[in-house]
Design a protein around this ligand. Structure first.
Ligand code: NDP
Length: 253
C-alpha cells in the first residue's frame, strides 16, 4: 500500500528505536523525508537501511537553531512538509530518572526540556515549512497514565504532551493542521539499556512482558503502523486527541 505516497515527513529521533520504526513504516507507504538525531553513526546506518529515500539532518532538539535547520534543510530537499513526528525524547544523557528526594533542579529542568519544551518548539519551528493540512504526531507515553517510582517528572512531561496535542490543534485549526498524541506502552528499544544495567536488562524486559495484557513488549513497527494511520488522510477527522498503542497496559489496575 502507498498511503503516504508523495508525502514529505520529518521524524525527530528517527535514528533509533521507535523513531526508526516510524521512518521504516513511512518509507514502506511511499513517504520521503528527514530523520534527525545527534549521533552521526546511527544516523548514517539508518539512512542506509531506509534505502536512500530519507536524508539525515543532525541536530539537538533542545537547541532552537538546530530545529530551524532541520526544517530548512528538509524543505530545500523535498519542498513543504506533510507529516511531522515529534519523537526525540526519553532519557537525558548522563542524568538518571530519580525519586523526588534525589532530584536536583538541573535534572528536573533537563527532563522537562527534552520531553516537553523541545516538543513545543519543534512544532513552532516547523510551522513556516508545513503544508496546510499537515499532520503532527507528538509521541507521548503510557507513563502519562501509569505511575512508577522515580518517573514523576517524565510522566508529567508526557501527560502534558496530551494537553499540547489538544491546545496546538486548536491554535493550528485555521491551517487545517491536525495535532495528535500517539502514546506507546513498553516498546523494545535501546532506551532500556539507558535505564538499567546489562545484568538487569532481561529481567526488566520480562517484567514488562508479564504486566502487559497482550503478553509481549511492543515493537517499533507497532508504533510505526499507528503513526502511518495518523499521518494519512484516513485519520482526517481525528484532531487533538491521544491514541494509545500499549498492548492493554493502561487498562490494568
Ligand atoms: P531511544 O533511546 O531508542 O531513542 C531516543 C531518540 O531520541 C534517539 O533517536 C535519540 O537520538 C533522540 N534524542 C534524544 N535526545 C535528543 C536530543 N537532545 N536531541 C535530538 N535527539 C535526541 O528511545 P525510544 O525509541 O524508546 O523512544 C522514542 C520516544 O518514545 C521517546 O519520546 C520516548 O519517551 C517515547 N516512549 C518510549 C517508550 C518505550 O518503551 N521505548 C514508551 C513510551 C514512550 P540521538 O541519541 O542520536 O540524539
Amino acid at each position: 500500500m502507498e498511503r503516504l505516497k508523495n508525502k514529505v515527513a520529518v521524524i525527530t529521533g528517527g535514528n533509533s528505536g521507535i523513531g526508526f520504526g516510524i521512518a521504516e513504516a513511512f518509507k514502506n507507504e511511499g513517504a520521503v523525508g528527514t530523520i534527525t538525531g545527534r549521533n552521526e553513526v546511527t544516523l548514517q546506518d539508518s539512512i542506509k537501511a531506509l534505502n536512500g529515500e530519507f536524508i539525515a539532518v543532525k541536530g539537538d532538539v533542545t537547541h532552537l537553531d538546530d530545529l530551524e535547520n532541520i526544517f530548512k534543510k528538509t524543505a530545500e530537499k523535498f519542498g513543504k512538509i506533510d507529516a511531522l513526528v515529534v519523537n526525540a525524547g526519553g532519557v537525558v544523557d548522563g542524568i538518571a530518572m530519580n525519586t523526588v528526594d534525589q532530584t536536583t533542579e538541573e535534572s528536573y529542568d533537563k527532563y522537562m526540556e527534552l520531553n516537553l519544551k523541545s516538543a513545543y518548539f519543534t512544532v513552532q519551528k516547523s510551522l513556516p515549512y508545513l503544508n496546510d493540512g499537515a499532520s503532527i504526531i507528538l509521541i507521548g507515553s503510557s507513563a502519562a497514565h501509569r505511575a512508577a517510582p522515580g518517573m514523576a517528572i517524565y510522566s508529567a512531561a508526557k501527560a502534558a504532551i496530551i494537553s499540547l496535542a489538544k491546545g496546538l490543534s486548536l491554535d493550528l485549526l485555521s491551517r487545517k493542521i491536525r495535532v495528535n498524541a500517539l502514546s506507546p506502552g513498553s516498546i523494545d528499544t535501546p532506551v532500556f539499556g539507558k535505564l538499567v544495567s546489562e545484568e538487569q536488562l532481561e529481567q526488566v524486559k520480562q517484567m514488562w512482558i508479564d504486566i502487559t495484557p497482550v503478553g509481549r513488549q511492543g515493537l517499533p513497527s507497532d508504533i510505526g503502523n499507528a503513526a502511518v494511520f495518523l499521518a494519512s488522510d484516513e485519520s482526517s477527522f481525528i484532531i487533538g486527541t491521544e491514541i494509545l498503542s500499549d498492548g492493554g497496559l493502561t487498562n490494568i489496575s
